[in-house]
Design a protein around this ligand. Structure first.
Ligand code: PHE
Length: 448
């Protein structure tokens, strides 16, 4: 059977940006900015994204396009008979773990979107009542499970439709919509009386706040936000046609992801300051603080609907990229049909996701290594599997693949003349700087 490709340059871009832009931008980035000192965190984050993670992103696309295979098959093809196939195996398992807890939070977004549509946030509840409402919701049994199921079904449905007519088509419609939504919300937030303090917090860095923990958090977030180290960008890279410029597409994707994260912060922080609330709210920022703000601001009901719609769309385009990794593996290596593979991944991710969801309620006391199941999945994947996966991947491209092959892939066999010197520089970053810096940042976070 002919292997599918993304149909157009714009298609590649929206699919990759769709994977990168997700809950990481709307939910995780703003609360990390709040917890790690505002502009100083953003400053470090810029270095992490463009100097360290962008080369890793290009490495993943390079492996994918060179091998024209799924995450497992790629290493078998490029380094036959070696232990690298184990990296391929981990790259197939990790996204299934991530999609299972990701779709639980996706399910919360579905529930909060419905609450926004039915005008539940317009009653002028207090901040603590909002907190209680969220706590009661996630610790209950059925509502979050229903949300999780709906979200995962939507994901499966898009993936079953195929790479071009499912993933690419969905991205082409939804990604532009997403940018429009977030810009509208950011403009509304930035024009609230008292919003200036929030903008200052985002754009005036206090460099004394930078320490090892800020660097580690920024690098971890950059990995998460660019979808690195879990086989997704590799798999999408394998659908990129041979005449695409992979350095350019990767740079556009990283830039779009960064701009979106900034816009999301501009949509949230000014409002937090305008209402005199604490920016260091942590993970509850989006589901507790924001609904409180929405319920108290002019036109808040409409902003709430738009915001939670954006959250669902952003989360969906990311979860389909996670889902596709396992499907591509099952179809190509195990000869499943696309539908059969999607159903199998659905069942595994649904069961694991149910356990994650229940770990806020009935299974709250079940602790593994001192963590609830949800936290364990989140911590192990974001703090260990993704950075270690990304590190090994970049070592693979920098030290196992031949330099000539890597440069060949980045310059389309020398035809992209403009990429000739830049690919040498990117290769230098991939071979020396990225592995060293990633190890240094994580070791320093462990030691200090
Ligand atoms: N990048 C996505 C986000 O920011 C999350 C993700 C991680 C998606 C890993 C795919 C792979 O929400």
């Amino acid at each position: 059977m002919e292997r599918e490709n993304f149909g157009s340059r714009f298609g590649v871009l929206v699919a990759m940006a769709g994977s990168a832009i997700g809950l990481g931008n709307l939910w995780r980035f703003p609360y990390l900015v709040g917890s790690y000192g505002g502009a100083a965190f953003i400053f470090v984050y810029i270095f992490c994204v463009f100097l360290l993670c962008l080369p890793i992103f290009i490495s993943e696309v390079t492996i994918g396009r060179r091998s024209h295979s799924n995450a497992f098959g790629a290493f078998k093809k490029l380094a036959p008979g070696t232990k690298w196939k184990w990296l391929g195996a981990v790259s197939v398992v990790t996204p299934v773990i991530v999609v299972s807890y990701y779709s639980v939070v996706g399910g919360w977004s579905v529930e909060y979107f419905l609450k926004a549509v039915t005008l539940e946030f317009t009653t002028g509840m207090s901040r603590s009542e909002m907190g209680m409402m969220f706590g009661k919701f996630i610790s209950s049994v059925w509502s979050p499970l229903i949300g999780h199921t709906i979200f995962l079904l939507l994901t499966a449905f898009i993936v079953i439709s195929g790479v071009k007519s499912g993933i690419e088509k969905f991205g082409k419609i939804m990604m532009p919509l997403l940018f429009v939504l977030i810009i509208v919300i950011a403009v509304r937030a930035a024009t609230l009386p008292g919003a200036g303090e929030g903008l200052k917090y985002l754009f005036q860095p206090d460099f004394s706040k930078i320490d090892a923990s800020v660097c580690a958090a920024a690098l971890g977030q950059a990995f998460f936000s660019l979808s690195l180290g879990v086989g997704t960008i590799l798999t999408y890279g394998s659908y990129v046609k041979k005449d695409e410029n992979i350095i350019a597409s990767s740079t556009y994707t990283a830039s779009a992801d960064f701009i979106f994260a900034l816009l999301a912060s501009c949509a949230i922080m000014p409002a937090v300051f305008a209402f005199g609330l604490n920016p260091q709210e942590g993970p509850g920022l989006v589901f507790e603080t924001l609904p409180f703000i929405f319920s108290n601001m002019p036109l808040g009901w409409l902003v709430a609907i738009l915001f939670f719609l954006a959250l669902i769309v952003a989360a969906l385009t990311s979860s389909i990229s996670l889902y596709e990794v396992g499907v591509a593996y099952l179809v190509e290596e195990k000869k499943y049909s696309r539908r059969g593979a999607s159903i199998l991944i659905f069942v595994i991710a649904w069961v694991l996701g149910c356990l994650c969801s229940l770990s806020f309620g009935p299974l709250a006391d079940l602790k593994i290594f001192g963590q609830t199941i949800f936290n364990l999945f989140d911590k192990v994947s974001a703090n260990i599997l993704m950075p270690v996966g990304g590190l090994l991947l970049v070592i693979f491209v920098g030290w196992v693949m031949k330099r000539a092959d890597v440069i060949d892939e980045m310059t389309n066999g020398g035809r992209l003349k403009g990429n000739l010197w830049i690919s040498g520089f990117v290769y230098f970053l991939i071979r020396y700087i990225c592995p060293l810096a990633v190890v240094a940042v994580f070791l320093s976070a462990l030691i200090f």
